[in-house]
Design a protein around this ligand. Structure first.
Ligand SMILES: [Zn+2]
Length: 282
């Protein structure tokens, strides 16, 4: 826990301290952000947070929205809303319905467009993949976005459209057949697809990945959004000069070819399927 948070937590009411501790304990990741977001919230109201009125929260949320990027704002708003829902779920009472806070949510379009995208470097990508070993849900999210170019909409669909027998996600716009390693990841942890998650939740996973990556010294102070993954994917792709399609720039998809009739004798990178076709006609 951050040092300056401790005295602030001690000055909260006892009930607030207990609620904060219990709620943070229900979380498997992002605890530091959640704790600090909730301490900020609790400090705007004197006394137990359950007594806060909607007008005060309304003002606070509007302030948050003007002070934060869309991504951070959505994460903080989500924390606040979930926290109030949690209070109700454990039998507490509130002066308002936490669902009202949904109207403040910034739409996904803003989540991905609020700043220009920065691609990961190859070394950062590899270290993030290493870091995500054992963190199955985030690992799954990252690979679907990076390897298969899945959009946030497709991530949201993923739990409903998986055809296990054919190892294929039947998204509304296209089918994506996954490789052995992603298939094994899902087989090893079926929980990944058990629950349907919203696109904002997946968007948050990239924040959580970024947070962890910063802790691991991988990302510096940067954040990571779905848009960055898309940009990374584009940067890592090469276009085949024969068929014009894009492929990842690793050896699995490429080969070298030299046409016997080319007077310059140049060796070219060509996608495997074009290369194999050319060889069979040679
Ligand atoms: Zn090709």
């Amino acid at each position: 826990m951050s040092k300056d948070l401790e005295p602030r937590i001690r000055s909260l009411s006892l009930q607030n301290q207990i609620l904060l501790r219990d709620y943070v304990e229900t979380k498997n990741s992002g605890q530091n952000n959640i704790r600090s977001d909730l301490v900020n919230l609790m400090e705007i109201h004197s006394g137990d947070i359950t007594g806060i009125d909607y007008e005060t929260i309304d003002t606070y949320v509007k302030l948050l929205r003007s002070d934060n990027s869309a991504t951070t704002f959505n994460r903080r708003l989500g924390t606040i809303r979930n926290f109030f829902s949690y209070i109700l779920s454990r039998g507490g009472t509130l002066n308002f319905d936490p669902e009202r806070l949904r109207i403040f949510g910034i739409l996904g379009k803003d989540i991905v467009n609020n700043r220009s995208a920065t691609p990961l470097k190859l070394s950062e990508l590899s270290r993030i993949r290493q870091m995500l070993q054992g963190d199955d849900l985030r690992h799954f999210t990252f690979e679907l976005a990076f390897q298969y170019g899945c959009t946030l909409e497709e991530l949201e669909e993923s739990s409903r459209v998986y055809d296990r027998e054919n190892r294929t996600f039947r998204f509304s716009k296209r089918n994506v057949q996954i490789d052995d390693s992603l298939y094994s990841l899902i087989e090893g942890n079926p929980q990944i697809l058990l629950k349907q998650r919203r696109r904002s939740t997946f968007s948050d996973y990239f924040n959580l990945i970024a947070e962890k990556a910063r802790d691991f010294g991988i990302l510096g102070n940067r954040n990571l959004s779905w848009q960055d993954i898309k940009e990374t994917r584009e940067q890592f792709s090469l276009r085949c000069g024969e068929c014009g399609d894009l492929f990842d720039n690793h050896t699995r998809d490429w080969m070298l070819i030299q046409y016997s009739f080319d007077p310059t004798g140049t060796k070219w990178f060509i996608c495997k399927s074009c290369g194999e076709r050319a060889l069979s006609h040679a």
